[in-house]
Write a protein that binds this ligand. Structure first.
Ligand code: SF4
Ligand code: SF4
Length: 298
């Protein structure tokens, strides 16, 4: 299997599990959520990002591109660009950047251990996120998990759940909590908005619960997609079958829109909107009334 690519290591994260955390973002995801705010996380291989607002038009990148893949506006022509990264070094204005690089396990662990004191004081730790962690090379993943656990670090995995369950079984002994995304209960709608049906995702969640895994449910809430009564009622009914330790309700925001421009990709947000604060609070209360510790936000 290809080497895992990491596109970001975010320190002092407070939205990816409990306490202060270091979040490792892996590149590559089996889903294609229409609202994804990290489009650079979707493909498995490294990709060139172009920040047009920083470009001064000097042409240094165009001069060195071996594939004639830069147009007059200095944008990468995605039909020709092979993401080789040659133009990145030529740009002195940080207008070009590669998303995704292989970082050896020992280096990831070294970076993660720099903030041990903050983890201890805040009840935090390390979160492996993405993209999707659970589709990454298992040898790499297990090595990373074991090394973190050996050093007493609390580890969370943020997952979409759409992988063969055997993968979860392998990592289970080394994971303290799963941050599990629950997006849409109707499988047809799930396929329309996300690209895959939801049966395996729901089945894996039940199986993890049967294995007594600690689970925090994360529900992105997008007006126009999944805030309808039918979906909320179906979500609450499904949750009765499992035992989540917490529920996080994540209101949609379109702050990822500029990232699509950096990849020369379109972003179809016409049918998506942020739910009102009042609706979010009423929904939070609804989940809380069912007995779930519920928070708005990560
Ligand atoms: S990444 Fe490589 S192919 Fe793509 S625009 Fe830059 S130099 Fe050209
Ligand atoms: S080298 Fe950088 S600043 Fe110069 S044209 Fe290319 S992207 Fe723009």
């Amino acid at each position: 299997m290809a080497q895992p690519q990491i596109f970001n290591i975010q320190k002092f994260s407070i939205h990816d599990g409990d306490g202060i955390r270091t979040t490792i973002f892996f590149k590559g995801c089996p889903l294609r959520c229409k609202w994804c705010h990290n489009p650079e996380s979707q493909r498995f291989s490294p990709e060139l990002l172009f920040y047009s607002e920083r470009c001064v038009g000097c042409g240094a990148c165009k001069a060195v591109c071996p594939h004639d893949a830069i147009n007059e506006r200095m944008e990468p022509d995605r039909t020709k660009c092979v993401n080789c990264g040659v133009c990145v070094d030529a740009c002195h204005y940080t207008a070009r950047e590669m998303a995704g690089k292989f970082i050896p396990v020992r280096e990831v662990v070294r970076i993660a251990l720099q903030d041990t004191m903050f983890y201890e004081e805040s009840g935090g730790g390390v979160t492996l996120s993405g993209g999707e962690v659970m589709v990454q090379d298992l040898d790499y993943l297990l090595d990373l998990l074991k090394q973190l656990k050996r050093r007493g670090i609390h580890v969370a995995i943020d997952t979409c759940g759409d992988v063969p369950f055997e993968r979860f079984e392998k990592v289970l002994p080394y994971v303290d909590v799963f941050l599990y995304d629950l997006k849409l209960m109707d499988s047809k709608k799930h396929e329309y908005y996300i690209g895959v049906p939801n049966e395996r995702i729901l089945e894996n969640l039940k199986k993890l619960d049967e294995r007594h895994a600690a689970i925090q449910i994360r529900i992105p809430l997008i007006e126009g997609v999944n805030c309808d009564e039918e979906n909320i009622a179906a979500t609450l009914a499904f949750l009765k079958q499992i035992h989540p330790v917490k529920v996080n309700l994540l209101p949609y925001h379109n702050t990822g829109k500029s990232k699509y421009e950096r990849l020369q990709q379109g972003y179809a947000d016409e049918e998506m909107a942020t739910p009102s604060k009042e609706w979010m609070e009423a929904t939070r209360k609804r989940f809380e009334d069912e007995g779930y510790q519920t928070k708005i936000g990560g």
